[in-house]
Design a protein around this ligand. Structure first.
Ligand code: BTN
Length: 244
């Protein structure tokens, strides 16, 4: 792996409840180096965003958590999320896939989700002390029961092995981490360049009512900025749904 610290310490497990939980617990008891990776062949209780479950199939999805210790101001939390989403998106793009970041930090291919991110931060004295970055990618999953999801297998003739994919993701995260620390505006710019539906008219639903708007940006608080009837509206996570 072409990395200095991300993925230099890899803990590979055959089965675990959640790689995020495992890494959070371990990091509370042992002093781990930054960039430590926990990867599991199978997760029995994978966690998604907002108390959702994350379904994965044994050996067919990448389930990984990465420890970063950015010591950043809490106000930068969402820019940190942007850097992770951008890295995952770019990692998938290296296979020639037109992956996009769907706000806030899902990765889509065309109109379907291929990967998700769950970042769990430990805050101390207003700083992000520890960040456990959980990433799940559908690689060879059979997704018959989840029509709104896709997998790399459905878009590529040859799917990468889970270990190769992990390597590419670690490399992108390490490269962008350095950029993020020195030039966060650049990460912000690239996040927007890769944002699903930016500048396009999109149908949303909010409190069971649908409306159209043009996606303008995602601000530093992680809110989606949408132009509706000529003025900007700001939506927090979970407040609006894309009608896809
Ligand atoms: C989402 O899109 O809702 C986030 C999904 C995150 C899933 C990954 S799989 C590895 C890590 N461990 C977990 O329990 N969740 C994340």
């Amino acid at each position: 792996m072409d990395c200095l610290f991300v993925g230099q310490n890899i803990i590979a497990l055959s089965s675990v409840d959640s790689t995020n939980n495992y890494l959070i617990n371990l990091s509370q008891n042992v002093n781990l180096v930054e960039g430590t990776v926990v990867v599991a062949n199978q997760q029995t209780a994978g966690k998604g965003q907002r108390t959702n479950n994350w379904h994965s199939e044994s050996g067919k999805s990448l389930c990984v958590s990465i420890l970063l210790t950015p010591k950043l101001d809490v106000n930068c939390q969402f820019t940190f999320n942007k850097f992770i989403a951008l890295s995952l998106c770019q990692a998938l793009q290296t296979y020639g896939i037109s992956a996009k970041i769907k706000w806030p930090n899902d990765i889509f291919i065309d109109f379907k989700k291929v990967a998700g991110i769950l970042i769990e931060n430990t805050i101390r004295a207003n700083k992000i002390d520890k960040s456990v970055v959980g990433i799940g990618v559908n690689v060879n999953n059979s997704l018959n029961s989840i029509p709104q999801a896709t997998s790399l297998e459905q878009c590529l003739e040859i799917t990468p092995s889970l270990s190769e994919l992990l390597e590419v993701i670690c490399e992108k995260i390490e490269k962008n981490y350095l950029i993020f620390k020195k030039q966060p505006f650049l990460v912000n710019e690239l996040y927007h360049k890769n944002l699903f539906k930016i500048g396009e008219v999109q149908l949303f639903s909010r409190n069971n009512k649908s409306f159209e708007g043009i996606i303008q940006s995602v601000n530093e608080n992680g809110q989606l900025v949408v132009e509706v009837n000529g003025h900007a509206e700001f939506y927090s996570m979970g407040e609006v749904k894309f009608m896809i």
